[in-house]
Design a protein around this ligand. Structure first.
Ligand code: SAM
Length: 248
């Protein structure tokens, strides 16, 4: 590992809140991930945040905030299959993979260099449970190995909720959950997304303040959607269309 050891105080506190141990293995993994993130972020644009403290709180802690819902979605699923759509630098997929090594996690992103970064992370952290894939969600969601095959989908900062639903719900088996961390003041976005949810076979399960807000340092909202029926085969539409013309 290069560079000074990073302060993982907020990660440690977040794990403590959930009754999770800050084991030497987890500490090593978060150190390595943080170092790689800072290093690669100087070459390619992985995140607009450049301060370690902000990266730790907004990316790592915000990912760990999802753990109770991750555990709920994965209860009695062995193995539990999760997909992180538009994962970017691996948020929230990598922090979840570190603390839940039994999950089989697909990290999906349309940007090749981000996937190259994630392949390095997977190799160096020895995350045998994680597979990065370079593809668009609109394409991967139509492949039989991925369509309707996941118990859990996450998407942070991917798109408007209606678009994010079109890009994630087709991956879920009925009963599966999609988790969308969002900002605040999302009432209009929620209302605009209701028709999309109905078309895609989903229902709104919860809208709640994102936990650990004091550690994250900013208030956010967690939107939880459940897949109640298989998604109709025409969705997602062709690449680019879900963002250009959100369902509504
Ligand atoms: N989830 C990460 C986070 O919260 O830091 C990254 C968010 S970044 C703003 C959005 C990411 O979604 C980008 O890395 C982009 O390449 C990816 N993306 C956008 N549209 C996509 C699509 N249709 N299929 C797959 N990835 C997509």
């Amino acid at each position: 590992m290069s560079g000074e050891p990073l302060d993982l105080e907020f990660v440690q506190q977040a794990l403590g809140r959930w009754g999770e141990a800050f084991t030497p293995e987890r500490e090593r993994a978060f150190q390595q991930y943080g170092q790689l993130l800072l290093q690669w972020n100087r070459q390619i644009n992985l995140t607009g945040l450049d301060e370690w403290s902000a990266i730790q709180r907004r990316l790592l802690v915000e990912s760990l905030a999802l753990l109770p819902w991750v555990d709920r979605a994965c209860e009695r699923k062995t193995p539990c299959r999760m997909i992180d759509v538009g994962t970017g630098a691996g948020i929230p997929g990598i922090p979840i993979a570190v603390v839940r090594p039994s999950l089989m996690i697909t990290l999906l992103d349309a940007t090749k260099k981000k996937i190259r970064f994630l392949e390095t992370v997977v190799q160096q952290l020895r995350l045998a449970n994680v597979v990065p894939i370079h593809e668009r969600a609109e394409v991967l969601a139509h492949q039989p190995a991925h369509r309707g095959r996941y118990h859990l989908a996450t998407a942070r900062a991917l798109a408007h909720l209606a678009t994010a639903c079109e890009l994630t719900l087709p991956f879920l088996a009925p009963g599966g959950l999609a988790l969308f961390p969002k900002g605040t003041g999302i009432e209009q976005e929620l209302a605009e997304s209701q028709p999309a949810l109905a078309l895609l076979g989903g229902e709104l399960l919860a809208v709640e303040p994102l936990p650990l807000a004091d550690l994250v340092g900013t208030a956010s909202t967690l939107v939880v959607v459940r897949a109640v029926r298989p998604c109709p085969p025409m969705y997602p539409r062709r690449p680019g269309v879900p963002a250009k013309r959100p369902l509504g």
